[in-house]
Write a protein that binds this ligand. Structure first.
Ligand code: S3P
Length: 170
């Protein structure tokens, strides 16, 4: 397939709860690629959970570790990588990711995201509805810079994976 030869990695971007992990796993299965969740790579390297990194070391340190983990993706081939919701915000990260492959924004309505992640203690940035509205508003401009955008609330992860595959083949 074209994408596999030209651009070995596919990065999924989007807000918390948009489905990056489940769609990423389905897409990797479909393409016979490896799947990685950037937050899990960060946790493995730091030997701490994302929640611990935020509470013990602070968000700036989390962002630094996130930046490092993105750079390490250059060693991956034929991989689908789910980025954390804030990873595609810094231009530095966007250009690093762009150099490694294609990006797909899973565009999901805020209320659907919030329903999925309600009460999740593993997501330190989860706040009230107004805070989340503001955070998504701040981030949309960054997400829009992805190579492709796909609405992710009405289809199953498998259906979305198939749609993404056809987008990438175009
Ligand atoms: C974050 C999203 C999280 C995780 C961290 C920060 C964010 O990932 O990276 O809690 O800034 O939106 P998910 O998008 O997988 O929840």
């Amino acid at each position: 397939m074209m994408i596999a030869q030209e651009n070995p990695c596919i990065f999924l971007v989007g807000f918390m709860g948009a489905g990056k992990t489940s769609v990423g796993q389905a897409l990797a299965r479909l393409l016979d690629f490896d799947f990685f969740d950037l937050d899990r790579l960060i946790e493995a390297r730091a030997e701490k959970t994302v929640a611990q990194i935020f509470s013990e070391l602070g968000e700036p340190e989390f962002r630094r570790l996130e930046r490092e983990a993105i750079l390490l993706c250059r060693d991956l081939k034929r991989a689908v990588i789910a980025l954390g919701g804030g990873a595609y915000v810094a231009e530095e990260n966007r250009s690093a990711v762009r150099a490694l492959g294609k990006t797909v924004w899973l565009d999901c309505p805020l209320d659907v995201c919030l329903r999925r992640i309600r009460g999740d203690k593993a997501r330190p940035l989860l706040g009230d509805h107004d805070q989340m509205t503001m955070l998504l508003a701040q981030r949309r401009e960054s997400y829009k810079k992805a190579d492709y955008a796909i609405e992710s609330d009405k289809l199953t992860p498998e259906e979305l994976a198939r749609k993404i595959m056809s987008l990438l083949r175009r």
